[in-house]
Design a protein around this ligand. Structure first.
Ligand SMILES: Nc1ncnc2c1ncn2[C@@H]1O[C@H](COP(=O)(O)OP(=O)(O)OP(=O)(O)O)[C@@H](O)[C@H]1O
Length: 240
């Protein structure tokens, strides 16, 4: 399913957080959303999943307008602050979310095992989440986002606090999902992760200042991706 945003605006009181954002993410691709802290990445993701309403503009996932109830079953979301229940085990967290998605018992058991193994939490499945480390909670949160096999995945800084080896296997999984036709948006501060994606959108205080294929970006900036923000800031300061 494609994700399409047209002229999206959002303000909190007098602060404009998103200013005329246009974005198109095709099925079977990974888009990386980059930007400094406070540039509006989480706000944009929350608007795409329908948790927040835009002031202006349209958002579509496939044929579905956002916000809406129907598209929710096609969306997997991994929030920055893990959406997990601390007083339950990982297993029970996943079963609970699976029931919300109305996954049948037998299939749910299979998917719970598959996703817990993927994020390397199978051996710790019965431990209360309150006793998990930050990285383990992050991995559980990712398992919850993947459990109902959504067509579209929105992942808000999914690899923060995850060690390099597991980060590699998580990215390998994202590539598999992409090949199977899923649409993925990943927000990150890690410039290296751009190389894992097909396209990258650079958000700078509410505006998309660059949106291109990763191949083009790497070629024009000789791999030094931070340059995009530095150049844009210098140009704008000079124009003031
Ligand atoms: N519910 C809210 N009410 C008021 N202001 C908000 C709200 N949510 C976000 N903001 C403000 O909007 C701006 C963008 O925040 P947002 O969380 O989208 O940035 P971000 O790019 O995801 O940052 P980070 O990389 O640090 O997570 C910030 O100035 C933030 O304080």
């Amino acid at each position: 399913m494609n994700i399409n945003l047209s002229n999206v605006k959002k303000s909190f009181k007098k602060q404009t957080v998103l200013d005329n954002v246009n974005l198109n993410v095709e099925s079977g691709t990974i888009m990386c959303l980059l930007g400094p802290s406070g540039s509006g990445k989480t706000t944009l993701i929350r608007i795409i999943i329908g948790a927040l309403k835009a002031d202006e503009g349209t958002i579509k996932i496939g044929e579905y307008g956002i916000p809406g109830f129907e598209p929710l079953k096609h969306i997997g979301f991994m929030p920055q602050n893990d959406g997990v229940y601390n007083d339950m085990s990982a297993m029970d967290n996943l079963k609970f979310y699976g029931q919300l998605h109305r996954i049948k018992k037998r299939e749910l058991n299979e998917r719970v095992e598959k996703t817990l193994k993927l994020v390397e939490l199978w051996d710790e499945r019965n431990k209360l989440v309150t006793n998990y480390s930050g990285g383990m909670k992050k991995r559980l949160s990712l398992a919850i986002a993947l459990l109902h096999e959504p067509e579209v995945l929105l992942l808000d800084e999914p690899t923060v606090g995850i060690d390099p080896l597991l980060r590699r296997s998580i990215w390998d999984e994202f590539h598999k999902l992409k090949i199977s036709g899923k649409t993925i948006i990943v927000s990150t501060h890690v410039m290296d992760e751009v190389k894992e994606c097909d396209n990258a959108a650079f958000l700078y205080y509410g505006q998309i200042i660059k949106n291109d294929t990763v191949d083009n970006i790497l070629e024009s900036f000789s791999g030094n991706i931070e340059e995009i923000f530095l150049k844009w800031r210098t140009n704008n300061e000079n124009n003031c």
